[in-house]
Design a protein around this ligand. Structure first.
Ligand SMILES: C[S@@+](CC[C@H](N)C(=O)[O-])C[C@H]1O[C@@H](n2cnc3c(N)ncnc32)[C@H](O)[C@@H]1O
Length: 296
C-alpha cells in the first residue's frame, strides 16, 4: 500500500490518528521536502515521534525517481508524508497514477491545508478566486502570468490567495552547469519581497488589476504558536517585517462582507484609514447598476 498522508500545518502532533496509525504500519517513510516545511518539528523529532527513520524526498526524487518511492509498495507499506494536505496546493497526482499503474493500492489521509486554514484571517473561503504562486524574481527571469489571474479574480470581486516561493536544496546556475552537487541555503520569500514584486509588475502592466493602495492581509506561520496576521495596503506591507517563514498573502476582492472587514481591522495599524482604503478599493471593477430593458 502507498499512503499519502497530510501532516497538517505546524506541529508533529498535527497528524491525524489515522495518519499516525498508517505510519506505524509502514516499512519506509518519505517526507516530501520541497513544497513546504513543518515549522515546529525537525526530521529527527518526527523520527522519534514515529519510532522509525524518515527519508527526505526532494524534488529530484519525487519527480524523476518516483519508482524508488513506490518500489515494492505492492508487497510493503510505504508512507509519503506531505506538509499540510497531500492535495493542498501540491499535486502529487503523478505519484498516485504511477502507483496505480503498477497495481499498488493507494490510500490518501487528509489534513488541514493552508488552502482552508487561511480562513482564520477572517476572509470567507467562499469569496476566494484562483490561487497564485509568486516565485522569486531573478535578474533575467521575472515571470508575471499570475497578474492576469489576479485581474480575473478582481473583476468578479474575489480575493486572491498568494503562495510565496520557497527554495529548498537549490543549486546555483554555476554549480548546476559544472555538475557540482552543492546546494544553496534554503530561501523563503517574505511578505515585503512579495509586495515589492506585485508593485513592480503593476507598474509594468499598468492596467490596475490592483494598485499600491489595494488592501491585503499577510498571513505568517499559520497554525503555529507564532501565527500572525497583518492587514494594510500593498505599499504598506512592502516594508513590513514578516519574520520567520512560512508566509502567504491575500489580495482583497470587492466582494468583502462587513464581518470580513471588521475582522481585518484587528490586524491593521490605523482602523479608520484601512476602512477608507477598503471602501476606495471596492470602487474598482464595480459593475454599473443594472438597468431593465425599455419596453417597446
Ligand atoms: C506549495 S504550498 C503547499 C501547501 C501544503 N501542501 C498545504 O496543504 O498547506 C506551500 C506554500 O503555501 C504557503 N503556506 C503553507 N503553509 C503555510 C503556513 N502555515 N502559513 C503561511 N503560509 C503557508 C506558503 O506560501 C508556502 O510557500
Amino acid at each position: 500500500m502507498l499512503y499519502l498522508i497530510g501532516l497538517g500545518l505546524s506541529y508533529k502532533s498535527d497528524i491525524t490518528v489515522r495518519g499516525l496509525e498508517a505510519i506505524k504500519r509502514c516499512d519506509r517513510v518519505y517526507l516530501e521536502h520541497y513544497t513546504s516545511i513543518l515549522m515546529a518539528a525537525s526530521k529527527e523529532e518526527l523520527e522519534e515521534f514515529y519510532g522509525k527513520p524518515v527519508i527526505l524526498a526532494d524534488r529530484e526524487l519525487v519527480e524523476s525517481c518516483s519508482e524508488e518511492i513506490i518500489r515494492n509498495s505492492d508487497k510493503e507499506n510505504v508512507a509519503f508524508l506531505v506538509v499540510g494536505d497531500p492535495f493542498g496546493a501540491t499535486t502529487h497526482t503523478d505519484l498516485v497514477l504511477r502507483a496505480k499503474k503498477q497495481n499498488t493500492p493507494v490510500e490518501i489521509i487528509h489534513n488541514a491545508s493552508v488552502m482552508n486554514a487561511v480562513g482564520s484571517c477572517g476572509l470567507q473561503l467562499y469569496n476566494f478566486g484562483q490561487t497564485i504562486s509568486m516565485v522569486f524574481f531573478t535578474d533575467n527571469w521575472r515571470p508575471d502570468s499570475w497578474y492576469d489571474k489576479i485581474l480575473e479574480n478582481r473583476k468578479i470581486g474575489l480575493h486572491t490567495l498568494v503562495l510565496l516561493d520557497i527554495k529548498v536544496k537549490e543549486q546555483s546556475i554555476e554549480n548546476m552547469a559544472r555538475g557540482r552537487l552543492i546546494y544553496e541555503p534554503p530561501r523563503y520569500m517574505s511578505i515585503s519581497e512579495c509586495c515589492e514584486q506585485l508593485l513592480e509588475i503593476e507598474e509594468k502592466r499598468n492596467t490596475q488589476a490592483y494598485t499600491a493602495d489595494t488592501p491585503v492581509v499577510a498571513i505568517s506561520r499559520l497554525g503555529s504558536a507564532t501565527q500572525t496576521f497583518k492587514s494594510g495596503t500593498i505599499e504598506e506591507l512592502a516594508t513590513y517585517d514578516s519574520g520567520e517563514p512560512l508566509h502567504s498573502l491575500v489580495i482583497l476582492g470587492r466582494q468583502c462582507h462587513e464581518l470580513e472587514i471588521e475582522y481585518l481591522l484587528e490586524f491593521c495599524d490605523d482602523r479608520d484609514r484601512f476602512k477608507q482604503d477598503v471602501l476606495k478599493d471596492q470602487q474598482f471593477f464595480k459593475p454599473a447598476p443594472w438597468v431593465p430593458p425599455q419596453e417597446e
